[in-house]
Design a protein around this ligand. Structure first.
Ligand code: ATP
Ligand code: MG
Length: 705
């Protein structure tokens, strides 16, 4: 079997071999990034089937994100010695997909709520019914509920000390009823229901235990208590439970993931075999070197040795653009340079910390010819829930008859979005708003003030207008007062800062709105295009990239306040963590939050195989920002000098003047090289406008070459 594998180019080192050949009982592969954990898991599947005559149906292969699951299934299908047909019979997927199948098999046919918004709206309605108008932030409540469930608790476990406790509890119970009445469940319920079924239905549990004799679990560091319980139930009594993970890659703590589960595995299963893997086959030694330096600064970790398989060849390149806008332009250029040198678009992945971090690049690429797919952003920045109402204010400043925009600002005035505002004055609709008969006295003043504010904003430049408008709007968003929404407040602030940054580029509100509308139109086109083209540059959050690898990785926003994210830096320093690992002093909340950020940097860096670019914009959301401490620390450790600092090694482009087709639409940056002088007329492939001939400095080979 192994010789056949090698014949097909799948090699295993002695440690990997030992892991694959581990026979029965529990085992834990605790090893660093790129050391072959996923390879071991998939080969082990084939090995069990091929050498131990285990039927594929008896194997359950679990992981945590959908992309990782797809990658795993795909790898499984490629392993020689296991037919595609057999690979297809293995139960493989994310926890949610696998256990949803169990529920469906049991005849549970509830509909799954996939839209966060639907849940939030439901909670808002329930709040109203209970007379709690906007007292709680639905997002925060839902997150709390999710944590509760993932930590094996129920709403009944919540305290009832204060009135607030009681209100919250009854609200959450009403939410559960709301779902039940409509036969709805959310993602967490899939696992909760599966767990309850397995626990209460002995026959079913025993059937599952007999059926799934071998359980293999990847990315085990991100297990939460609920998932762990389920796995333990099914693995019993033989416990052929094979888990692989890396505590340095725990990045889902906010989803109740707890690497302590993995680190305590050998206590839960004293007979478990520990199988270390020591060599990283993915990344260039220079890239791995940086990754090792970054993660070494974490205090609360299981220290592992990890060495590169190959010789050092490629130095990570640091970019230090002045702003996120410049970052976007540089990365765009870099993509041209890379593709000119032979890299294909699909080999490039661009990773970012939050959706906001990629705003400028997303727009830059949308207006370019670079094929790309964004895995984290399906709508433009300006359509996001925090941003759209502010844009609607701007629209009204431009046109006080804009009905859609008017309904967009109503909620921030505590007026229902669907309220119809009849035009009772001869002026614009906006002027009729304070005359709405149903307004209460306090509302009337609020509305009058707002109308004045919008008029005032109309005479300002876009950035100043956003500054004016965001003030009452932000106050509305964070009017909770419960003190629990600090993270959300920070998110709102960050998002609106980014809106200001974007607005700064335009002289007039009209130009800004025109740009936003054009962007929306183009995003539609890009979306259609990317549904058919899968060979583009990939744009995704670091969270989504876990478990994946790419020849070229570009990490955006490696600056203070972005990575580490300001929410981590602001995390309350005096609250202590409830579950400090045994024997260790309890770390502060802030320290833990910071360590999670460092792990994010580690995950990002270790996704790169051949080339790594890390960009640290000097300005973030309009404010000056230093280079990420994670990079500075790493540089101090390596003793690298300023001269080595890759800020110097900015890409150099060889360009040449060429006659090109240039889009006549001034908002469109598309251009194409003229292939034949005979061409008379051409339509822009992006916006459809006419293109005109122009002389332009272009990289020596264009991206399409
Ligand atoms: P992560 O922690 O990021 O999930 P991992 O430990 O799962 O990483 P893999 O993705 O399995 O690592 O392996 C990393 C890369 O190294 C893959 O491209 C894999 O095919 C390759 N690889 C693994 N083992 C070997 C080996 N013995 N020889 C050559 N290449 C290998
Ligand atoms: Mg893996």
């Amino acid at each position: 079997f192994f010789r056949a594998l090698e014949g097909d180019g799948v090699y295993l080192n002695p440690e990997q071999l030992a892991a694959v050949r581990h026979t029965d009982g529990p085992a834990l592969v605790l090893a660093g990034a790129g050391s072959g954990k996923t390879r071991v898991l998939t080969v082990r599947c084939a090995y069990l089937i091929h050498e131990h005559h285990v039927s594929p149906e008896q194997i359950m292969l679990l992981t945590f994100t959908r992309k990782a699951a797809d990658e795993m299934s795909e790898r499984l299908g490629r392993i020689p010695g296991i037919s595609r047909e057999a690979a297809g019979r293995v139960t493989a997927g994310t926890f949610h997909s696998v256990f949803l199948r169990l529920l469906r098999f049991r005849g549970n046919h509830e509909t799954i709520i996939t839209s966060e918004r639907q849940k939030q709206v439901a909670l808002k309605v329930l709040m109203k019914q209970q007379g709690l108008k906007d007292d709680y932030e639905p997002e925060v409540l839902l997150h709390e509920l999710s944590n509760l469930k993932n930590c094996l608790q129920t709403i009944h476990d919540l305290p009832e000390r204060t009135t607030q406790d009681k209100q919250k509890k009854s609200l959450l119970l009403a939410y559960e009823d709301w779902k039940a009445e409509r036969q709805l469940i959310d993602f967490d319920d899939i696992l909760v229901n599966a767990y309850q079924l397995l626990q209460t239905d002995d026959a079913l549990r025993e059937k599952m235990q007999r059926r799934f004799r071998y359980i293999l679990c990847d990315e085990f560091q991100d297990t939460n208590p609920l998932q762990y319980q389920i796995v333990q139930l099914i693995a019993a009594p033989d416990n052929h439970l094979f888990c692989a993970g890396d505590d340095d890659q725990t990045i889902y703590s906010f989803n109740s993931a707890d690497s302590a589960i993995m680190l305590n595995f050998t206590t839960d299963y004293p007979e478990a075999v520990r199988l270390p893997l020591l060599i990283n086959y993915r990344s260039d030694a220079r890239i791995l070197g940086l990754a090792n330096q970054v993660i070494a600064k974490n205090q609360y970790r299981h220290v592992k040795s990890l060495q590169a398989a190959g010789a050092p060849a490629s130095l990570p390149v640091f970019l230090q653009p002045g702003s996120v806008q410049e970052e976007a332009e540089k990365v765009h250029q870099l993509i041209y340079e890379l593709t000119a040198a032979g890299t294909s678009f699909q080999e490039i992945a661009i990773l970012h910390r939050t959706a906001n971090t990629a705003r400028a690049l997303f727009e830059e690429l949308t207006f370019s010819e670079v094929p790309f797919t964004s895995y984290s952003q399906t709508e433009t920045f300006y359509e996001q829930s925090y941003v759209k109402p502010v844009v609607d204010h701007l629209r009204l400043a431009l046109n006080d008859d804009d009905e859609a925009a008017l309904s967009g600002i109503l909620p921030s005035l505590y007026i229902a979005k669907d309220t119809s505002v009849p035009n009772v004055t001869s002026d614009g609709l906006l002027q009729s708003l304070p005359l709405l008969p149903q307004l209460k006295a306090f509302q009337k003043t609020k509305v009058e003030k707002r109308v004045e504010l919008i008029k005032k904003a109309a005479s300002r430049a876009p950035e100043a207008a956003v500054k004016l408008i965001r003030e009452p709007y932000e106050a509305y968003l964070t009017a909770d007062g419960s003190g629990e929404t600090t993270a959300d407040q920070a998110m709102v602030r960050e998002t609106l800062d980014e809106l200001e940054t974007s607005a700064k580029r335009f002289k007039t509100i009209a130009a800004f709105i025109e740009y936003i509308d054009e962007l929306t139109r183009r995003t539609e086109m890009v979306r259609e295009r990317s549904q058919s083209v899968t060979d583009g540059v990939k744009l995704m959050t670091i969270h989504k990239a876990k478990g994946l690898e790419f020849p070229v990785v570009i990490v955006l926003g490696a600056s203070e306040n972005l990575l580490p994210h300001h929410t981590a830096l602001e995390a309350c320093a005096d609250r202590t963590y409830a579950q400090g690992a045994a024997g260790q002093a309890r770390p502060s909340q802030q320290k833990l939050a910071l360590e999670e950020e460092r792990r994010l940097m580690y995950v990002a860096v270790t996704r790169a195989a051949k080339q790594l670019y890390v960009s640290s914009p000097a300005q973030v959301h309009g404010k000056p920002a230093g280079v990420s401490r994670f990079l500075l620390e790493a540089y101090q450790t390596t003793g690298a000098t300023e001269a080595d600092a890759p800020a110097k090694s900015e890409p150099v482009y060889e360009t040449k003047e060429r006659l090109v087709w240039d889009c006549a639409n001034r908002n469109c940056h598309a251009w194409q090289q003229i292939k034949s002088e005979a061409e008379e007329e051409k339509q822009c492939p992006l916006c459809g406008s006419l293109m005109k001939k122009a002389v332009k400095e272009v990289p020596l080979r264009t991206a399409n070459a």
